[in-house]
Design a protein around this ligand. Structure first.
Ligand SMILES: [Zn+2]
Length: 135
């Protein structure tokens, strides 16, 4: 479950971020509290720590939220990642019931791109318009 959630989050962040984001969950070191996630963006490698949970939507939220934070702070030095379409701020990750998705922080109820559950990015018109370079 961790591997598939991690792969889906990487696909979503690659689409929204405009460049490949490689994520590897370091499952061997899973200790019941946090899951180390190796992050590779544009040749740079970092490690994020997601909270351990058996809920895949919540896990997707944790992974995406942590990865977004460290990419912005440590790699992009404050540049929005992923950029929110038409705005100067970054998109944020939200979880609702069994879905996790990227959205504008000013409109958290409207998914732009699903990271878990819901539809694939190709099937979400807002995602195609928002991030035409992706997929
Ligand atoms: Zn916005």
């Amino acid at each position: 479950m961790i591997e598939s959630v991690t792969a889906a989050v990487a696909r979503g962040l690659s689409t929204a971020g405009g460049r490949p984001v490689r994520l590897t969950a370091v499952v061997a070191k899973r200790d019941g509290s946090t899951i180390p996630i190796d992050v590779e963006v544009a040749g740079e490698r970092l490690r994020a720590f997601a909270a351990d949970t058996d809920d895949p939507a919540v896990l997707a939220w944790w992974i995406a939220d942590r990865v977004i934070d460290i990419v912005q702070e440590d790699l992009y030095h404050g540049e929005p990642f992923p950029p929110c379409p038409g705005h100067a701020h970054p998109a944020v990750v939200e979880v609702c019931e069994d879905r996790a998705y990227l959205c504008c922080p000013l409109n958290r109820a409207e998914p732009l791109l699903y990271l878990h559950g819901g539809r694939e990015a190709d099937e979400v018109p807002q995602a195609r318009e928002a991030w035409p370079g992706g997929r």
